[in-house]
Write a protein that binds this ligand. Sequence first.
Ligand code: NSS
Length: 452
Amino acid sequence: MELDKSIAAVAKGLYAVVLFCIQMQSIKEVLSKDQVGKKVGVRGWIYRTRSSGGIVFAVLRDSTGLVQVTVKKGAVPDADFESSTKAGIESSVEIEGEVAEDKRAPGGYEVRASRFKLVGASEAFPITEYQSTELLLDLRHLWIRSREQTAVTKIKASLVRGGREWFHDNGYTEVNPPIVTGVCPEDSTTLFQLKYFDRIAYLSQSAQFYLESLIYSLEKVYAITPSFRAEKSRTPRHLAEYWHMEMEAAWVDNDGNMKVQEELVSAMVRNAVSECSDELKLLKRDPATLKKIEPPFDRMKYEEAMEFLQKKGHDVSWGSDLGAVEERTLTVDREVPVFVINYPKELKPFYMKENPEDSRTYKNSDMLAPEGFGEIIGGSERETDNALIIERLRDKGESLDSYQWYLDLRKYGSVPHSGFGLGIERIVTWVCKLEHIRDAIPYPRTVARVYP
Ligand code: NSS
């Protein structure tokens, strides 16, 4: 009797070893014709499950996809079958079984289990089909497991990788500017202040000035950093913390700057379309539309944009800012991004280069994404005349103390140069056709939320 027990224990131990020795495969690998009839190991989380008679139909999810697993009483040890009936949604499991073709199963194949191991049981999952936006934001740490959020995250990674590769292929060096700074490149009302030892510092709004300092040695640089804006209004396109892809290059004017932007954005989108067509489809985004994103993009003067908007019934005139509503009108019927160039000086920051053809305006551009999405990039040629910069900083009420180093850059071998900043969540919102920018980042930071 004792002997039987110990033999059983050894056999059980051996089985466990065997179970763990079987090569685990991703669901994507399992879902293919040449796996049919083969024994495979898969692991992941229960996406949905139901049982009928002596069979449990569980759909398993891992980072690569979904697969149906059938667990039949008698085909697995009794304890395994028992576990499979108890394993609720989001339980983590390991399965061993044989792949079979099944047209009704998601992906067209299923795994017929010979073993079923419950690794981590899940309590009743708090997210069910219809939930309020607020609840989903409170449960963001769990909601990010959803297929939609997973798809967005993969597409975002692919866009960023496409951008990095483009920069690398075109001779740019990636650099690491600081996040804690003493300067305010953009709107001073959106600065986040921070107690920094015994003084005040700010969270970076943009790496631009630091990138400008690096062109004197590296000529062409870029950085991907978080940027912070204390945006007090809640809008579907503003975050308090967002990821910023910024570039700066010596010897480049505003036209050259726009060429870089259209090349870069096209390369990013191309990469996402080639790597993530399944994810785009899951989000109901037709990759065919995105395949049209190729340079050159149209250029429209601010002045022309005003005329267009007036014809469309907007109450705007010279000096009016372009908000979400105006940008929507400008882009809703377009399939490819468009540049709006030469904005009036009063609408843009102090560091931009005056337009010699129209001194009311700057040599700058905003790139607006099509289909109504609006601004994804802001860029300009930079002012190189220190006297003008000082005058504009004074007008803005800035103390020059924090900017001495920036002014130095114009004293020691200044060159014409340009750069831009691309809002990564903005491009994701457009490419994924999201209604709200908060879904372009796992943990959106807005005026109302720092939890979770
Ligand atoms: O304010 S920008 O228009 N321009 C700059 O920060 C420059 N200093 C960048 C540079 O030339 N290096 O911001 C750039 C982009 C803008 O076009 C948006 O796509 C994005 O940054 N952006 C935002 N995304 C999400 N949330 C907020 N609040 C936000 N603000 C700007």
